[in-house]
Design a protein around this ligand. Structure first.
Ligand SMILES: [Zn+2]
Length: 238
């Protein structure tokens, strides 16, 4: 069931939000905020795992992070297109759940679905705020959109210290056993194999962002709108 939330985390595939922003999601929840998750697709094009296995893994990861709900929109994997039907499906979620912040992938990435997920969020959040957009639910637009990183990272605009929640993030990622686990049943992919596996990349990236901002693990974000700061000493750590 979709209930009202503070933060909506959107991913193209069932493991995206864990990889990109699992630490911040856990941190928000620890601070008492409600977080909902939308997976645009069921990830049916992935090399390993059936759709049903991936659905169960996503639910397990949602439990680990403590999100209020997790919903799969059921768009076709590798066809997250900017068509009206897809925009409307996301508008419906935004209007029902009424978040203040949407987390979604950074708009440059090796996976075209991640790129399109960022564009779809921008379109849907805009339309969701139009009173005359044809829909039965009342208008609502999230005030903020923050982009998290998946397979392409650039210099973040800000980094959130997620050190305290890193074990939870790791566990939520590894809940997707068919993707990140190493077993004889799984085909070797860049996600699950070797020193350059996805988990190694994610941990190194988050450790780097942590190191350059004075914490152990950090998640980086980009936003297109300036961040308003009431108290400038906040950035001085005062
Ligand atoms: Zn993905």
């Amino acid at each position: 069931m979709i209930i009202k939330i503070d933060v909506l985390a959107v991913g193209a595939h069932p493991d995206d939000i864990e990889v990109g922003t699992g630490g911040l999601v856990a941190k928000f929840i620890n601070q008492g905020l409600k977080v909902g998750v939308v997976d645009l697709t069921a990830g049916e094009m992935s090399t390993n795992g059936t759709t049903e296995e991936r659905r169960l893994e996503a639910q397990r990861a949602a439990q680990i992070l403590g999100v209020a709900w997790r919903k799969c929109l059921g768009l076709p994997d590798r066809d997250v297109s900017l068509i009206k039907k897809n925009i409307q499906a996301l508008v419906e979620v935004i209007r029902e759940s009424r978040p203040q912040l949407i987390l979604c992938p950074y708009w440059e990435d090796r996976h075209p679905d991640h790129v399109n997920a960022a564009r779809l969020v921008k379109e849907a959040n805009f339309d969701a705020g139009l009173k005359r957009f044809s829909h039965h639910l009342s208008a609502h637009r999230a005030k903020y959109i923050w982009h998290y990183f998946l397979s392409r990272s650039v210099e973040p605009q800000f980094v959130v210290d997620v050190s305290e929640f890193y074990e939870k993030k790791r566990a939520a990622i590894m809940a997707h056993q068919t993707q990140f686990g190493e077993s004889l049943q799984q085909s070797e992919t860049f996600l699950n194999t070797g020193p350059g596996s996805m988990l190694a990349i994610v941990e190194s990236r988050d450790r780097f962002y942590g190191a350059i901002t004075g914490c152990t693990y950090g998640e980086g974000f980009i936003t297109t709108a300036p961040l308003a700061v009431k108290n400038p000493t906040y950035f001085m750590g005062v």
